[in-house]
Ligand binder design. Structure first.
Ligand SMILES: NC(=O)c1ccc[n+]([C@@H]2O[C@H](COP(=O)([O-])OP(=O)(O)OC[C@H]3O[C@@H](n4cnc5c(N)ncnc54)[C@H](OP(=O)(O)O)[C@@H]3O)[C@@H](O)[C@H]2O)c1
Length: 296
């Protein structure tokens, strides 16, 4: 039986690519104005009507939550609002999904970890967010997992895609404005093309809709690792520009309101144990994103 998807945050970067990855399937991807996750009544109505419509059409309903308060620095001074969107909203959504026996995939972040690791983080490693955004996302994970047995958390990192602003677009713009750029070279992570992540989430949705029960917390990022400087140099290379125009600098050279994790690499071992195909290597994905004009 085929699946149907409800994607809160459907107009965001990942939401946009979830619609693309779902192909011809039934997908309802409301904007934040159409479905505000902090509005309990709206969430209850949306899940109930989606579950009914999907089942009436002979489809298995799955909710993939792509909605979030993602302004990491702003969250430091707006934590109540970030908590409402990243913790309370997913909690409401998970409760309604459990009530209607609809599986939920909730997307989370590397920022739940302290970022001082020396090997890829496993899903069960101790969390310890260092930012308001990370705290609110961790609280969201806890609420989602507590709501029932058919909810899953998928952590990702360093996401870029066709829709919205992101690092790739920023670097491409700055490449046209400046002769040289200084980019931090002491933060390590795995760039993730949102379309690759979206295909992975659609595959996971198929697994859980079919009654599969993988581990409840999974990691999905592009393969391999680099620094922001390495990522920026690869973007220059894709643009046909000299990567040496990107100069390495340290985190201390760019103080930000929210601390950034020094080490953000997430292990995909649990994802592979679930029988899911690992996302391709980050560099290969970046080339594909440029080749298909998804970016810049
Ligand atoms: N981007 C990254 O590098 C990254 C890294 C790790 C994890 N993640 C996670 O990946 C997921 C997707 O992120 P993204 O990059 O696609 O973010 P995004 O482009 O900022 O999209 C988030 C979407 O959520 C919507 N939203 C905000 N408040 C809402 C509310 N109250 N109710 C319903 N929708 C609301 C936003 O709509 P409006 O624009 O109308 O507010 C936006 O469309 C998030 O869970 C994020 O935490 C992202």
């Amino acid at each position: 039986m085929s699946i149907a998807l409800l994607v809160p945050g459907g107009r965001g970067q990942l939401g946009h690519d979830l619609v693309a990855a779902a192909g011809d399937g039934l997908v309802h991807a409301p904007s934040s104005a159409e479905l505000d996750l902090t509005d309990a009544g709206a969430v209850a109505d949306a899940v109930a009507s989606f579950a009914d419509t999907a089942r009436d059409s002979g489809l298995r309903p799955v909710v993939v939550n792509a909605a979030a308060y993602t302004a990491v620095d702003q969250a430091e001074t707006d934590e109540d609002r970030a908590f409402a969107v990243n913790a309370e909203g997913p909690g409401l959504l998970a409760a309604r999904c459990a009530e209607h026996d609809v599986p939920l995939l909730h997307v989370s972040t590397d920022y739940v970890f302290p970022g001082d690791g020396t090997r890829p983080y496993e899903p069960g490693d101790p969390t310890g967010p260092r930012s308001a955004y990370g705290r609110t996302k961790l609280a969201g994970e806890e609420r989602v997992l507590a709501a029932g047995e058919r909810s899953w958390v998928v952590r990702t990192a360093w996401v870029y895609g066709a829709s919205g602003g992101n690092f790739v677009k920023t670097i491409a713009r700055l490449a046209g404005e400046r002769e040289t750029l200084s980019v931090v070279d002491d933060q390590v992570g795995s760039p993730t093309w949102s379309l690759d992540l979206a295909h992975g989430l659609v595959a996971l949705a198929g697994v859980v809709a079919g009654g599969g029960h993988p581990e409840r917390v999974l990691h999905a990022t592009g393969g391999g690792e680099t620094t922001w400087c390495g990522f920026a140099r690869a973007i220059f290379a894709e643009l046909g520009l000299d990567p040496e125009r990107v100069r390495p600098c340290g985190t201390a050279d760019f103080p930000r309101p929210a601390p950034r994790p020094a080490y953000s690499v997430l292990s995909g071992a649990a994802w592979a144990r679930a029988g899911l195909t690992p996302l391709r290597d980050w560099r290969e994905a970046l080339a594909a994103a440029f080749a298909t004009h998804a970016v810049p």
